[in-house]
Design a protein around this ligand. Structure first.
Ligand SMILES: [Cu+2]
Length: 193
């Protein structure tokens, strides 16, 4: 699997140094207990290789010492962020390891219904599905999520959701934060399914 490495070594080190100095500043250290914001893995969705997304069970601690049964794509909770680009053929390789069917829809993607993964496209228990998405739309922040008939809400809040970011020449030209995990953070504001 391809973890995107768009952050230069120098900028990454500067970011780490800033984070470490803030975390261990005596004043802050004395008053607070810092919980790091979990940042999903960033995957390069531009090289034509299938992105592996295993639909799986997991465990996550939303509160200290309390384990919660969750779902995720190739991780315990939620899924990796896929960064792709206008003009790309993006292939997603879903593998359903649950004992129930799951449909996965690409929210905000301008693609035909047969590869969009609505409730009609259930991936059965133990089965695989590999749609190829022709990314032709402008830059956008989209997300993939469960769209299973009658189970969408439960499967999404248990973790079956992840982000797809589309770049294009215009978004490249904008002076926007672009250091993933440092000043460009994947945050879901709530279901808008
Ligand atoms: Cu949606």
């Amino acid at each position: 699997m391809k973890v995107l490495n768009r952050i230069s070594r120098r900028r990454f080190l500067i970011g780490c140094a800033a984070f470490i100095s803030a975390r261990f500043h005596p004043t802050i250290w004395a008053k607070t207990t810092v919980t790091k914001l979990p940042i999903p893995t960033l995957i390069d969705g531009t090289d034509g290789e299938p992105v592996e997304l295993k639909i799986q069970h997991g465990m996550w601690s939303f509160n200290p010492n309390i384990g919660t049964s969750t779902l995720g794509f190739s991780q315990d909770y939620l899924g990796p962020t896929i960064r792709t680009r206008q003009g790309t053929e993006l292939t997603l390789h879903y593998q359903n390891s649950l004992n129930e069917g799951v449909a996965v829809h690409g929210h905000g993607l301008h693609v035909p219904g047969e590869v969009d993964g609505g409730p009609q496209s259930v991936i059965g228990a133990g089965e695989k599905w590999q749609p190829t998405l022709s990314i032709r739309q402008p830059a956008a922040t989209c997300w993939y999520h469960s769209h299973t008939h009658g189970k969408t809400g439960e499967q999404v809040y248990r973790g079956l959701a992840g982000m797809i970011i589309i770049d294009d020449d215009h978004s490249d030209s904008l002076d926007l934060p672009n250091l993933y995990g440092l000043d460009d953070l994947p945050i879901h504001s709530g279901p808008n399914i």
